[in-house]
Structures are given as C-alpha cells and as structure tokens.
Ligand binder design. Structure first.
Ligand code: PLP
Length: 438
C-alpha cells in the first residue's frame, strides 16, 4: 500500500525503531501500530482541545479522541484541575475515598438501571467482572455475544471479537484455551431471528447476553429497530441477564447512555472510557440484587489494587459534571456537528464517484468503503474495501486529520470541535476520496 508522507515524520520513525526493540510491535495496544492501514504510527506528544501534535511537531485534528474517552477534548482545564488537585493530596490509598461515593452517586443518577456500582481500572476488567457476576447470580455458564462486538480481551470474550482483533484478521487469539470459549455462543448482530432460535434451544442454560447497544468495534453499527427490545424480552423470559457494554456508548450517546436513548433497562451495565475523563477507570453496575453478589457482600470475588483510583475518579467526576451541566444542549451540539460531517462525507464521496456507506449515530461515525446500502452486522462490515480505506486514511493523515487507523473503528466528535474544524475535516475528506478512488 502506498503511503504518501509529505509531512516530516523522522522523529516518529526513529521512535518506532526504538520502540520495536523493547515493546511488542512497538505499541501497547495493537491497533495503534497502523497494521491495517500500512505505514508507521505517529508518536503523539501533546493534545489540546480537538488537536494533537506528534513528535515531529505536526498538528492534527483528532477524530480518535483516545478511542472515545475525550468527549470534552484534550486537556480540558477543569478536568485537569480536578485531577491535579487530587494528585497533590495523594495518588492512591488502597482504601475507600469520598470521591468513589460521589462518582457512584453520579453514575446511578445518570443511569437509573444502575443501583449499585463497582469501580475497576479498565473496560476489560468491567466486562470480565460483569460476566462473572452474571454466572454467579444465575448459576449458569453459557454466555452469548455478537460477532464484531468487542468487550475487551478477557479469554471468554475473545471469540468473534471486533476492533483490533478484526483488523488483525484474528477471529480468536492464540493462548485462549478452547475451554475458555466453549461456553461462549456467538450470534450475528441485529439478527432477532437467530437470537430467538438460540434461546429456544439453549435459553435455560444461558447466564447472560452481552451486547454493545450501539456497536462501535466493527465500525459504527447502531441497533436496528426492535433488536435491543428482543434481547431484553428473550433474556427476561429465560431467566438470563442482559449486559449492556456501554464502555463506548456510556455518557457518549447521551448522559444516560444507549439505554437512556433506547429506553431499555439492562440488568448489568459496563462503563469505561468517558467515565475516567482520560484516566484509567472502568465500572460495572446494575440491579441491586445482582450486584449484592459481589464480594465482600456476596460470593463473587473481584478486587483491584488501584480500583477507584482517586486521580482517575476525580477526573471522572468532573467530566460527568461538565456533561450534566452541558445537558441536552451539549449533546445536541455534538450530534449536530457529527450529522453535518456525515452529510459532507456522503456528498464528498458521491462527488468523487466512490461508493461508501457513512454510518452515524449521535457523535460517532464510520465511513465504510462499500457499495452496500446498509452495514447491519460484522459480515457486511468485513466485506468493505480495506485497501481503499487505507489510502483514504493516509491522505487524511497527511493533511492534518487524525482518523482512526482501521476500517473497523469509530470516529468521535468532541465538544472541543467547532463548525470550522468539522469543515476542515470534510474538505480534506473530500480530497481524500479522490485520492482513494485512484
Ligand atoms: N468494551 C467495549 C465496547 C470497548 O470498546 C472496549 C475497548 O475499546 C472495551 C470493552 C475494553 O475496554 P479497555 O480497552 O478499557 O479494556
């Protein structure tokens, strides 16, 4: 794949050479390595508002937002102040703090299905723990997930996962024993009939269904009408639990998450990303009787040295406070910017004569390089033209737009963006469509 490199990238290149000596693939999370788009990653040094600067001093508009957390943009002054003030008081205690109480209260208020909440340090920890709780609560082993949904890298969830796993073309991972996924049943996203059929055959053995209520890890795939409702009905009837993995959608598609937007109450929800305001923090929570299973109240063990870390918690509280104060107007502005960008992307691709499907929901969007008129599931997403996506991506990058480096990821609009920033992205994307068409 050709990768036009008119921006100076010597420093990033040197760093990559050094990184590859001591860090697998030079990165600490696979998708950062640009393997699915070719070329070398930029080493980022600084972020402010909606911009990032790399080690060579190049500036980009950041559509990655650290893969979702930075809904307020980089280095938001109030979030920084809250984190720094707490760091001055101590960075970790391994004992309860008032901050954890405040954050739990904030989340329970924003997401009414969550009556009790446990803080952890990542989204992976949140989903892994939620599955354990569901199994402990129901006394059943089987879990159901959807192809293309990524829920972090716990063994039992690394079956037909999306995100970096999809880009690497690994349906699974080496090192996951077959026994670890033997009880993981995978269904196509948005396929109500397939879910009904599975529940008819296996319903009594299923502990839980885990789903991204707005899927962001096979590119953006929103739920079709009736899909989440069907999952709610099927799980309730079978005595299984419904887990909404809101690690991306939580506080992103609205303060109440996807469940608030679609009006469906899951039994357990998982959070991460925005919850920590740019610091490592995750959480799982839900029905009181379910969460009462968690140690020390109940028999399901789960613990963490840095769980509820005070600096991350302080940043999370301030982020949620900003979102709550911004209210509907803040979300409406974000969603309006994203809708405008989606329309401009569609027009730009049409003008270049390039078939694309632009998926947009609230402030999330993906440009699928495909002539299909819908992308409802992982099968459809995986039929996209990844080489063309790679050319488009590199053209954008070379013109100051940092788009997620994979066809199977979602771009995020942040509150730090202005209509001018969105126009700049749209104009460069239009040129990139021409470059990608060639
Ligand atoms: N769940 C979803 C929906 C995610 O998108 C991710 C990460 O991208 C995770 C869980 C795992 O979160 P983390 O990377 O913080 O472990």
């Amino acid at each position: 794949m050709t990768t036009p490199e008119s921006l100076p990238v010597e420093r990033s290149s040197e760093l990559m050479t050094r990184a590859e000596r001591h860090i697998p693939g030079g990165v600490n999370s696979p998708v950062r390595a640009f393997r699915s788009v070719g070329g070398e990653p930029r080493f980022l040094q600084r972020g402010s508002g909606c911009h990032v600067w790399d080690a060579d001093g190049n500036r980009y508009i950041d559509m990655v937002s650290s893969w979702g957390p930075l809904i307020l943009g980089h280095a938001h002054p109030d979030v920084l102040r809250a984190a720094c003030a707490q760091a001055e008081l101590g960075t970790t205690f391994g004992a309860p703090t008032a901050l954890e109480v405040t954050l739990a209260e904030e989340v329970c208020r924003a997401v009414p299905s969550v009556q009790m909440l446990r803080l952890v340090s990542s989204g992976t920890e949140a989903t892994m723990s939620a599955i354990r709780v569901a199994r402990g609560f129901t006394g059943r082993n089987r879990i159901v997930k959807f192809a293309g949904c990524y829920h972090g890298h716990a063994d039992c969830l690394l079956a037909a996962a999306g995100s970096g796993v999809a880009s690497l073309g690994l349906p699974d991972s080496a090192g996951v024993p077959p026994a670890a996924v033997a009880d993981t049943l995978t269904l196509p996203y948005n396929d109500i009939g397939a879910a009904e059929k599975l529940f008819k055959a296996e319903g009594g053995r299923i502990a839980c269904v885990i789903v991204e209520p707005v899927a962001g890890n096979m590119g953006l795939v929103p739920p079709q009408s009736g899909f989440l409702e069907a999952l709610r009905r099927l799980t309730a009837t079978a005595g299984a639990l419904l887990i909404f993995d809101e690690v991306i959608s939580g506080f992103r598609v609205g303060l109440g998450g996807a469940q608030g937007e679609f009006g469906i109450a899951p039994d357990i929800s998982t959070f991460g990303k925005i919850l920590g305001g740019g610091f490592p923090l995750g959480a799982y929570g839900g029905r009181r009787d379910v969460m009462e299973q968690v140690a020390p109240l109940g028999p399901v063990y789960q613990a963490g040295t840095l769980s509820g870390n005070p600096v991350a918690t302080a940043a999370g509280i301030e982020t949620l406070r900003q979102l709550r104060n911004g209210g509907g107007a803040l979300y409406a502005r974000l969603n309006g910017l994203a809708a405008g960008l989606a329309a401009a992307l569609r027009a730009g691709a049409k003008e270049a004569g390039l078939p694309v499907y632009v998926s947009q929901y609230q402030s999330m969007l993906t440009v699928f390089f495909t002539d299909q008129d819908a992308v409802p599931d992982y099968d459809a997403a995986s039929r996209c033209d990844r080489a063309r996506f790679g050319r488009w991506f590199h053209h954008l990058l070379d013109h100051g737009v940092y788009w997620p480096p994979s066809q199977f990821e979602t771009a995020f609009v942040s509150a730090a963006m202005t209509p001018d920033d969105i126009s700049m992205v749209a104009e460069n994307a239009a040129l990139a469509f021409h470059a990608a068409a060639g």
